[in-house]
Write a protein that binds this ligand. Structure first.
Ligand code: ZN
Length: 349
């Protein structure tokens, strides 16, 4: 059965646009949603949005989803008005040709464009001429000539995928599930709390995760939490050709509880507490070891004198493409587990 999550809010979050360092409009949207749920709200110098829900003598628990999405900046505009791209975050260039993007021009316009591949048109290539695409082969066509393009767009303008959120059965597909779904889980878990809790909850929407978890680094230092939990997505391995021994998590089997990734080994005792809560509450979860990549938990763990961390993730197919796909049931499981943990975070076991 499909979980009934607040799709309208998730849609607004995913359809907002903000790459690392340009999270302003996403942050404004999250600010509006977070403010009524916390006692204090502020933004730090790196743009992290920090909401504090006061507790009653319990531990300081930081939960964090990141605001930024993968995308690009314009790095060159040629004499004919074609744009070249600087990736902001990790891309597989083979997924990019023929995608539609939005160029957020400095002059205020939003220009729809398509990603093309420089070189001989594909239908004129012989089989021997077909080569793997690199980012340097790609350009964006926004339908403006050189003069018009230079009047509307400059080096450094943001470029994001042009995609809406759509549902199909239990599945959601959209750009930017990474990591608007983490921010969504943070907001919905706060709403799901059964009254006041003893823990002080520090709910943070972090910046610049996709370029090296930069926002989380400073916010973990300034907030000095006792426990920190990153809320993110993780690649699912349940599609044709994906080896299950490398990517074990799948859609619809529950929230992924991180054992380790490249940047952090989760606190064992904290994970065991989360598992006991999930078991007691009947919340489905999957154990996850990820051999590549990391989350905000990596830098939060190494802040000050060290912080026990873990990450709770929503399994996502086709991560870092415009068609990130997940299950509403896993989102619900994540919301439930975060809320039930916060209610019990003051208990020692
Ligand atoms: Zn992420």
């Amino acid at each position: 059965m499909a979980a009934t999550i607040n799709l309208e809010l998730l849609k607004r979050l995913c359809e907002a646009h903000g790459v690392a360092g340009r999270e302003d409009s996403v942050r404004a949207l999250v600010h509006e949603e977070l403010e009524p749920l916390v006692d204090d709200i502020s933004t730090d110098a790196l743009g992290n949005l920090i909401g504090v829900r006061r507790g009653n003598g319990g531990p300081r628990v930081l939960i964090a989803g990141h605001l930024d999405e993968i995308g690009f900046l314009v790095k060159h505009i040629d004499a004919d008005g074609f744009l070249r791209l600087q990736p902001v975050g990790g891309f597989d260039p083979s997924r990019l040709p023929a995608q539609r993007v939005i160029v957020h021009g400095f002059a205020g316009g939003r220009h729809r464009g398509s990603i093309g591949v420089a070189g001989k048109p594909i239908h004129l290539q012989t089989p021997g001429e077909v080569k793997p695409v690199t980012i340097d082969d790609l350009f964006v066509d926004i339908g403006l000539n050189g003069e018009q393009a230079h009047a509307q767009v400059e080096v450094g303008d943001m470029v994001t995928f042009d995609r809406t959120l759509e549902t199909s059965g239990n599945y959601i597909m959209t750009k930017s599930l990474d990591d608007r779904v983490g921010v969504f889980i943070m907001l919905e878990a706060l709403k799901a709390l059964a009254g006041p809790v003893q823990a002080e909850v520090i709910a943070v929407a972090t910046t610049q995760e996709e370029v090296g978890t930069r926002g989380a680094m400073t916010v973990a230092w300034s907030q000095a939490p006792d426990i920190a939990i990153a809320l993110d997505i993780t690649p699912a391995g349940d599609f044709p050709g994906a080896p299950p021994e490398f990517v074990a998590v799948k859609l619809g089997a529950g929230v992924a509880l991180k054992i380790m990734d490249v940047t952090a080994i989760s606190d064992y005792a904290l994970n065991q507490r989360l598992r006991r809560i999930a078991d007691a509450e009947g919340i489905p979860y999957q154990l996850e070891i990820l051999g590549r990549g990391g989350t905000d938990a990596g830098v939060m763990q190494r802040s000050r004198g060290g912080v026990p961390v873990t990450a709770l993730s929503v399994p996502v197919r086709y991560a870092h493409t415009p068609n990130e796909t997940c299950s509403t049931n896993d989102i619900q499981a994540a919301i439930d587990l975060v809320a039930r943990f916060l209610e019990r975070a003051h208990l020692s076991a």
